[in-house]
Design a binder for this molecule. Sequence first.
Ligand code: PLP
Length: 360
Amino acid sequence: MTRIHNFSAGPAALPEAVLRQAAEEMLDWHGEGMSVMEMSHRGKAFIGIAERAEAALRELLAVPAGYKLLFMQGGAIGQNAIVPMNLLRGRGSIDFVDTGEWSKKSIKEAKKYAAVNVAASAADSGYTTIPPRASWKLDPGAAYVHICSNETIGGVEYHFTPEVGGVPLVADMSSDILSRPVEVAKYGLIYAGAQKNIGPAGLTIVIVRDDLIGQSLPITPSAFDYKTVADNDSMYNTPPTYAIYIAGLVFEWIRARGGLAAMEAHNRAKAAVLYDYLDSQDFYRSPVARDCRSLMNVPFKLADEALDAAFLKGADSRGLVQLKGHRSVGGMRASIYNAMPVEGVQALVDYMRDFVRERG
Ligand SMILES: *Cc1c(COP(=O)(O)O)cnc(C)c1O
């Protein structure tokens, strides 16, 4: 068996220890004589798995009292519609901060349900910056303010939590949740698809403040109404049981490594290996402004893009895969989520050095 270094943006690498445990438990989970996949979601064994996963996630993120933690489906893209349906609460407009491809998707979907005010945009910088908070033109009557904490495609990340007054702050944290501690109390709602830093695709995490629940638009599908989901302990419809089980193992893995402060230290050290190299030479470069570089997704460009194909081919042959950048940005992108070991990033930088020696 050979495990390679997978730099995919998502679905992404999972901790090897988690996959091994899942493999061991595949046919017979803890003497139940069946796989978690085969269990009733109403049975004692699975309810225990889900309760422990929720408790572990609450502990990791230090979710304060007064917030519901929901296990949903439909992905972050689903939440782009589900959030406005639930959070408009009689208000007519939503404030957005536009920092790239994922913000743009959220904005486009929200326009089906409400007027949208783009309070600030990084379009002028080619989405290589986060607009400073002082430049945002917020509407105090908005239903909420939406940000994307980490733009997976462009590789820009917030390194501050914006203060937005009394209007609820909503964040798409799909690609940086669990990479560092979060001040949950500063948010009205946080959502994230699981397939970057949590577990398998198919599970969506929503953390929502209690007072924002229960005022959904009448057209809201019951399965996507936060109140229905919360009242039924995320089991109004059959939840993605296996994804919840794996997510629970990932939460335990993070806890065993010291929690989110330790993850952040690990992620900073890991990202520095790549950024320090990028900044030390001029064959490759990072297009992103230094103060908003993502610790999770690192786009970079070769000085001569005619060498892109050869770079990718050589990387593949060394077991460094999924490095091609998103078509909207071009170049390369290394996604280095929690599960990527520092050895993987070091192997990438070693390869980048060798490539310059051969082709530079
Ligand atoms: C991956 C991603 C999404 C899309 O998630 P789906 O699960 O495909 O709906 C949305 N937002 C961000 C920031 C992402 O990284």
